[in-house]
Ligand binder design. Structure first.
Ligand code: GCO
Length: 453
């Protein structure tokens, strides 16, 4: 991998003055305050309270205490010269039972966060749904129940009506592929359900909600830019044998095409993943149109690539991933390969859909085992990672691809879902016992990069 010193004078200038820069977080990963001021229980509160679900038994109840320390964190964003702050809204702060009466104290919390951003000159970018479904709705079937479309519309409407006067950049959903796949098929994320019978309806309802949410935001906040975000990994076959090439094609359809294509009006990629054909069972007449929405931008979230080989015994996809650990490549704490060209390839892939108007990298970053020494965190590997991926974003931009922004995942070390607190992704180090924040070397580097000097 490229060394840090190679890019000491690399700054934002070659990206042009209009390029958008930011940092991303998610409500459940940072806020804590799990029952503060009338907040209801989300599927992640329930899941994390169960034994054996979160690595080391880590608890999300306090996390980074953003609920109380938000001003401090927004001050640090400003100190790092970061213009845009992407965060999400906890559904159960607004509707403790998922639907029904609004909890004004929850609305007030986000009003405080948004107002403070505006006061500090930091632009709020809001994700409506970043995985923390109300447990009260999960009991009624959650993403497998088509009523979720009605519940979700009410949630989006409440967000648009309460925050749309100040928030002009919206993302309806974060990575539907991950919350349906990990939460409703593999059972490793909340709510911990498994199998096609849960996964297939969850996929279709997530698509309907994404499009419906887009329409609501556009009508209630007409001067807003409305987007949504997708996880994606560059997929390469293990060999050039036809069976591996075809296996890679199936995994690519599953991981990279399943949600974007119906939104663009192309339908589900059933031809390449026949196992998903059962989704059709949940489609009602008229859904083809309801699934479509012309988003102003698509958020691409990329961290790595995957190498795929044919695997006769793996059900449904007949393919398996060749683990990065076994390939002798540089790894992050998530055991994800550091492979900068993946971000260029994914921008190029999304760019190739003529229906997509604009692409923004809404997440990219890396977890490394950072350590505090003499009050400092010298995370040179993260700086090298970010610089090398940014070089690839620049390559895409210079080739004329429709890429117009980049957000780092993430602001502070935080609760990394089933992995708990061990993967540290932040530009800011957190001591989870004292809540002390230390801007890491990477945070100082991003600040200099963004100052354009
Ligand atoms: C995701 C989520 C984030 C993660 C990040 C690192 O992409 O899974 O948006 O919540 O924390 O991606 O895994």
């Amino acid at each position: 991998m490229e060394s840090t010193s190679q890019h000491l004078d690399f700054n934002k200038q070659p990206f042009g003055d209009d390029f958008i820069w930011g940092v991303s977080v998610a409500s459940f990963q940072i806020e804590g305050g799990c029952d503060a001021d009338g907040k209801g229980e989300s599927i992640w509160d329930t899941f994390a309270a169960k034994k054996g679900k979160i690595l080391n038994g880590d608890k999300p109840n306090i996390s980074c205490d953003f609920y109380n320390l938000y001003q401090l964190d927004i001050d640090l964003i400003k100190q790092m010269n970061i213009p845009c702050f992407r965060f999400s809204i906890s559904w159960t702060r607004i509707f403790p039972n998922g639907t029904g009466e609004i909890n004004q104290a929850g609305v007030d919390f986000y009003n405080r966060v948004i107002d403070y951003c505006v006061e500090q000159g930091v632009e709020p970018w809001v994700t409506v749904y970043h995985w923390d479904l109300p447990q009260a709705l999960e009991i009624r079937g959650g993403w497998t129940n088509r009523d979720i479309v009605t519940w979700f519309k009410a949630f989006v409407t409440a967000c648009a009506e309460n925050f749309g006067d100040r928030v002009k950049h919206w993302m309806v959903m974060n990575e539907p592929g991950v919350f349906t796949g990990a939460g409703y098929f593999l059972g490793i994320h909340a709510p911990g359900r498994t199998g096609l019978k849960n996964f297939l309806p969850a996929i279709h309802h997530a698509v309907l909600c994404m499009a419906a949410g887009g329409r609501i935001l556009r009508s209630l906040v007409p001067d807003a830019q409305v987007g949504t975000t997708f996880s994606c990994s560059y997929i390469e076959p293990h060999s050039d044998k036809m069976k591996d090439v075809n296996a890679a094609k199936r995994v690519d359809a599953l991981l990279n095409r399943l949600f974007i294509e119906p939104i663009l009006g192309l339908g589900y990629p059933f031809a390449d993943v026949p196992a998903l054909k059962g989704v059709a069972k949940y489609q009602l007449p008229g859904d083809e149109d309801e699934m479509k929405f012309d988003f102003d931008f698509i958020g691409v979230q990329n961290y790595t690539r995957e190498i795929v080989k044919n695997s006769f015994f793996t059900p449904y996809v007949g393919a398996s991933l060749v683990k990065a650990e076994k390939r002798g490549v540089p790894l992050t704490s998530m055991k994800w390969e550091v492979y900068p060209a993946s971000i260029y390839q994914m921008i190029k892939k999304f760019n190739s859909y003529p229906q997509i108007k604009n692409i923004i990298v809404t997440e990219n970053g890396a977890a490394f085992p950072d350590e505090v020494s003499d009050g400092k965190v010298e995370d040179t590997r993260r700086i090298a990672y970010l610089q090398s991926y940014l070089q690839q974003v620049l390559r895409a931009k210079n080739e004329g691809l429709k890429i117009s922004g980049y957000f780092i995942w993430t602001l502070t070390d935080n609760f990394e879902w089933a992995e708990g607190y061990h993967p540290r992704f932040g530009l800011i180090h957190i001591n989870f016992d004292t809540q002390q924040r230390i801007i890491k070397g990477s945070g100082h580097w991003y600040g200099r990069f963004l100052s354009g000097k």
